[in-house]
Design a protein around this ligand. Structure first.
Ligand code: PHE
Length: 338
């Protein structure tokens, strides 16, 4: 059978050229199948026989064309794909690195603080940056002649609201909303009309904390602050309290951290061995009253941790202006190493 012979030959074909040779042998001008027609004496055939012969010859041609084409395809399609893949895929080329985004160092410190405070039972609350004068000043016992209200310190908005100058603006809002006992922190962005230098920014971050309950004392304040700082810096830290004035706390303190760079002997970062880190104090009775809390039954403490300052300490950043600079080279340093 011609078909069987053809298939046997095609099975042995190894190159496109060989397939072409087979095609010529069977279907070429003098090919085996082409010759069948030439060699047949049609005058000897009845019309019926002619018809059958023609049909069978056509079927044979189609069969051969199809099988030869399949064989050719084996090389032209699959074969070239294979060589192309080999050319494209060089497994020895070193991988190209992709750059991952990084969290801003302030965000990292903020997230860390949130976790630490949550562990101590504090709620983390979001809060507005544009504030009423009442929340930012009045409610926390800052009278209208306090220097913090000065045009030079505060960005006033046209609708008589302010860009909050600190996160203390949330103390009374939270007490009014949640009542006592209360434990919460309010991290967020604050604004002051400052001229910018390596340690001053007009836009910076704070994390306010407020705890109100029965019998809250300075001991609770120190306990919470020490726990916080030793977790942030991952070692036992020494702190000291100095008197400090803030209208919304009484007594008020500046909590200083024993310098982690020099161990307290004095260096260019700290000067005298201590770093002023957290203003704090016991909540002023007037603030509690504004919040609808009876100061005879409850007391509390508040602190206003400088998130930006803390990030500078933690990562050894000497210039505050990097934070809002948008300089990718600065942020890239905090990208996870992969
Ligand atoms: N809000 C004060 C500031 O920004 C800091 C502070 C907060 C002080 C809470 C005492 C208690 O300077």
């Amino acid at each position: 059978m011609i078909q069987d012979e053809l298939l046997t030959e095609l099975a042995q074909v190894k190159t496109p050229d060989e397939a072409e040779q087979v095609r010529i042998k069977y279907l070429g001008r003098k090919g085996i199948i082409t010759n069948l027609a030439k060699e047949t004496d049609f005058s000897q055939l009845s019309p019926e026989e002619k018809k059958n012969f023609g049909r069978e010859l056509n079927q044979l041609k189609n069969f051969a064309t199809e099988k030869i084409q399949e064989t050719v395809n084996r090389f032209s399609v699959h074969g070239s794909e294979k060589t192309q893949i080999h050319r494209l895929l060089d497994l020895t080329v070193p991988g190209s690195s992709c750059s991952l985004g990084a969290l801003h160092p302030i965000s990292m410190v903020q997230m860390e603080l949130e976790e630490i405070f949550e562990g101590m039972g504090f709620t983390v609350l979001d809060s507005p940056e544009a504030e009423t004068e009442f929340n930012n000043f009045e409610s926390i016992n800052i009278p209208s002649d306090h220097p913090a209200r000065d045009m030079q310190d505060t960005f006033w908005l046209q609708n008589e609201m302010v860009l909050r100058t600190h996160t203390s603006s949330n103390q009374v809002r939270a007490l009014k909303r949640f009542g006592a006992p209360f434990r919460g922190i309010f991290p967020g962005r604050c604004f002051r009309y400052e001229s910018i230098d390596p340690s001053h920014e007009n836009t910076f971050y704070q994390c306010e904390g407020l705890m109100v309950d029965r019998h809250i004392s300075v001991a609770h304040l120190i306990g919470v602050m020490k726990t916080l700082l030793s977790e942030v810096f991952r070692r036992d830290v020494k702190v000291r309290l100095r008197p400090g004035f803030f209208p919304f706390v009484e007594p008020g303190f500046e909590l200083d951290l024993n310098c982690l760079f020099c161990g307290g002997s004095g260096c260019s970062t700290c000067g005298d061995g201590w770093i002023e880190l957290i203003p704090c104090g016991l909540t002023h009775p007037k603030v509690l009253e504004f919040g609808g809390i009876d100061p005879n039954e409850f007391s509390g403490f508040a602190f206003g941790l400088g998130l930006t300052r803390l990030a500078m300490m933690k990562y050894g950043i000497r210039d505050i202006r990097y934070f809002n600079s948008g300089d990718v080279r600065f942020y890239e340093q905090f990208a996870p190493i992969i």
